[in-house]
Design a protein around this ligand. Structure first.
Ligand code: SAH
Length: 358
């Protein structure tokens, strides 16, 4: 199998290209020239690197791969959110969502095809786990959008698409380097967020990285009994351990909390959640439940989400209420799944009216 240059960190691909160029007895600047076309000025193929001599393009293509993802579907929401469905070489499909907001463009990327965690309200969990993505398939989601005409250039990246990033650390670790490195995609570490259910070894590994990557933990319930019923992973990594890991993590953590009517939205839940958030100085993001996930859950009404937020705030916790985006194209968090496998009726955007960030 040919080595895929997009599976490597920028340093590793640069070293390989330097070696290759020396072996081919070519001038050393050729290596830098090729490298720029990996991430900084992405080229769709070696053949498209027309600044290189034809023979060099041929030899490169014989020796190396430049993995692509096939864009199979593209939908645009009335609110400007865009959803992309990519097909991978083995037929698996993954989704990527681009969310514009003012000057920002946040890309929500997938780290696995499917997911093994089976959170009760999540569509990806309902489809089961297929496989881990390789680095080029994760970073490639960003690269493919840069190759569009006109290109879509993200300012922020969130690992909140399909899959659990910290169960695929082997790939996510080099991808973080690719995303952040100036010789990669050059996105600031503070603009890159890893969202996890609380996989402890992964949180520790992320904490050992020197860059200021952001951590978001999907808490969703303030007691072990309730959390276990919603998120089976809580049996392996209970709340106390997750909170302890967030405390050790030397950067500010965000708690994600999806509001499920009658399940986790009572006043006592707010005070229990406030205690957990205070213990590790976490910022809390309340997420309205998006229909089209899994299970029979109902969203907490907006007014009650506001009251829950107020209760947290009175307890000294910083809170934001996340806005629903892209609901009409099933692009909201927890809704990503291959619609071709099982179609759901689309939901109109105003039916779930955007909720202002509190
Ligand atoms: N596995 C990671 C990242 C992917 S999910 C994690 O769980 O954090 C990104 C976020 O969407 C998580 O907080 C997840 O719990 C949430 N989510 C899943 N289904 C949802 C739904 N139907 N409505 C709202 N949020 C949902």
């Amino acid at each position: 199998m040919k080595q895929d240059l997009l599976n490597l960190t920028p340093d590793a691909s640069a070293a390989l290209l330097t070696e290759f160029v020396a072996e081919q007895q070519l001038p050393s600047y050729r290596s830098r020239q090729v490298h720029r076309r990996l991430w900084e000025h992405p080229a769709p193929s070696f053949a498209a690197m027309t600044e290189l001599p034809m023979t060099l393009r041929d030899v490169l293509a014989q020796r190396f791969a430049l993995g692509r993802l096939q864009l199979e579907a593209h939908q645009v929401s009335t609110d400007g959110t865009q959803k992309f469905l990519f097909r991978l070489h083995d037929g698996q499909t993954i989704e990527t969502v681009a969310i514009p907001e003012g000057d920002r463009l946040t890309l929500c990327i997938s780290s696995q095809a499917g997911c093994a965690l089976q959170c009760a309200f999540c569509a990806t969990g309902a489809m089961g786990f297929a496989r881990n993505l390789e680095p080029f398939e994760i970073a490639g989601q960003v690269r493919e959008l840069l190759l569009l005409v006109p290109p879509l250039k993200p300012t922020n990246i969130v690992f909140m698409g399909m899959g659990e990033p910290l169960m695929n650390w082997k790939a996510v670790d080099p991808v973080l380097t690719i995303l952040n490195s100036p010789r990669g995609l050059g996105i600031g570490a503070r603009h890159i967020t890893i969202s996890t259910v609380g996989i402890l070894p992964g949180i520790e590994a992320l904490g050992r990285r020197p860059e200021q990557f952001r951590l978001a933990i999907s808490i969703h319930a303030p007691t072990d009994v309730l959390r276990r019923s919603l998120m089976p992973v809580n049996i392996r990594y209970p709340l106390a351990d997750v909170v302890a890991a967030a405390k050790v993590f030397d950067r500010r953590t965000t708690f994600e909390y999806v509001m499920l009517a009658g399940i986790n939205d009572r006043p006592e839940h707010a005070s229990q959640l406030a205690a957990l958030a205070t213990a590790c100085r976490a910022f809390v993001n309340l997420i309205p439940l998006h229909p089209g996930g899994a299970g029979e859950f109902k969203p907490t009404p907006a007014r009650e989400i506001g009251q829950f937020a107020q209760a947290l705030r009175r307890a000294g916790v910083e809170v934001a209420i996340r806005r629903s985006r892209g609901t009409d194209i099933a692009a909201a968090c927890g809704q990503l799944r291959v619609e071709r496998l099982r179609r759901r009726p689309p939901v109109s955007a105003d039916e779930h009216g955007d909720i202002q960030v509190a």
